[in-house]
Design a protein around this ligand. Sequence first.
Ligand code: SF4
Ligand code: SF4
Length: 239
Amino acid sequence: MFEHELKTLLQANGATLVGFSEIGDNAPVGFSHLRYAVTIVRRLSDTIVETIDGKPSIMYFHHYRTTNTKLDLLALDAVDFIESMGYSALPIAASQSTNTDKDAYRGVFSHKTAAVLAGLGFIGKNALFISTEYGSKIRLTTVLTDMPLTAERPLITKGCGACEICKNACPAHAITGNNYEYGAPRDTLLNARLCSEHMKTYKDIGRGAVCGICMSVCPHNRRKKPISDSIKKEVSHLD
Ligand code: SF4
Ligand code: SF4
């Protein structure tokens, strides 16, 4: 019932997209009463993403961290609004680099789950959230709440088709190439250990915390530059 006000506030403060969903039993342990989610999206700079060329860049590393900080601040705006209406709100860190379950390489809550349930896009073969407007060139955060919220868009479950650009571009061979099935475990798409170990090889660029190659090559991204002929050929196989 407060969707419009919340979206207007967050977009005025810099959110690129805002979505709402009912997450059911997906809330973290101890927060099962928070059954709804606000998803906040920030698009990444085209110019910065284009500096990723076979490896991350220092500019991308800084932009990645700045965008996460902006998302965390937007989440606080959502928390203030929700709590002022008398509901509970739990902001989830935009970058959950703390590995809460050793060897699982995952945070306390999957931003992608809420974003898919909000109908903002789908999960690609690169295991990243793909926005229908901006492709994978985005970052996400989530605020969980007991404020009833309703998704404004229908669920999208697929969108990669026969494309394998990210799989072929991944230097760690961490992407399986399988299409995402709604609810399927992440390891059907990605070997998170291989991905994490590869990121650590970029210690001089991104302190071992970023890569971005599979994000930057996705043809669903809005590009300023014309897409190359080789990518156009592969895109022609998409659904
Ligand atoms: S972030 Fe890099 S290493 Fe990880 S899956 Fe993507 S391309 Fe591969
Ligand atoms: S590069 Fe192709 S296969 Fe990978 S996420 Fe994008 S559309 Fe899907």
